[in-house]
Design a protein around this ligand. Structure first.
Ligand code: CA
Length: 219
């Protein structure tokens, strides 16, 4: 799950990012509204955590522009403005949740988990290809109905490929699902994950598209 954190308080942002990463989220951070809009347009995250008091524009305007572009990305608002008015206008503009500052990080994580669950239940939570199935709700993978234990990043690679069955995922596309910006990624990281997945799930599932990336074909 990729989170874009929009927050101009650098120390708060660093603390939140670290906590999110510890929880297994891929967390990226920008400090102003324009950068947030650019990222949402070019590299849409799964959830946006949005501060309202930003240096270049009001967070509510950021939200308005995100929704104006037709994006349904879940947005959780963080703000020191805890008045009923601010709360109501945020929700009116299409925010999914609202957390007044100061807050405890576990509270933020809990609310993100709720949004995460809602995202996976809005689609069919089980994806199957051949004898492999993946449950996006329980985060479990089965081979011939037997549970296969996968570390978080292997799971994320498999999920991205299975959700895009029949399409090729480039190495870069897979990396953005797994690593935050600036995080040290070894050049063969994806290859190593795929190697492990093949050992656990059989060699035939994930095909290499030479020089491009990987794909799972429709059976
Ligand atoms: Ca602020």
């Amino acid at each position: 799950m990729q989170i874009l954190l929009v927050e101009d308080d650098q120390s708060l942002a660093a603390g939140i990012s670290k906590a999110l990463r510890n929880e297994g989220f891929v967390a990226n951070h920008v400090s102003d509204g324009q950068s947030a809009l650019h990222v949402v347009e070019t590299e849409p995250p799964d959830i946006v955590v949005l501060d309202l008091g930003l240096p270049d524009m009001d967070g509510l305007d950021v939200l308005k522009r995100i929704r104006g572009h037709g994006s349904a990305i879940p947005v959780l608002i963080l703000t020191a403005r805890s008045s009923i008015d601010a709360r109501v206008s945020g929700l009116d503009l299409g925010a999914d949740d609202y957390l007044p500052k100061p807050f405890e990080t576990p509270e933020l994580i809990a609310r993100l988990r709720v949004i995460e669950r809602r995202l996976s239940t809005s689609q069919d939570s089980r994806i199957s290809v051949g004898n492999i199935s993946l449950d996006t709700l329980s985060l479990q993978v089965y081979r011939d109905d037997e549970l296969v234990d996968l570390p978080r990043r292997e799971y994320a690679v498999l999920k991205s490929l299975m959700e895009n069955t029949g399409k090729v995922r480039t190495r870069e596309q897979l990396e953005t699902k797994l690593y935050a910006w600036g995080e040290e990624v070894s050049s063969n990281a994806i290859e190593v994950h795929v190697h492990h997945l093949r050992k656990k799930l059989g060699n035939d599932l994930i095909k290499t598209v030479r020089g491009v990336g990987y794909t799972i074909r429709k059976p």
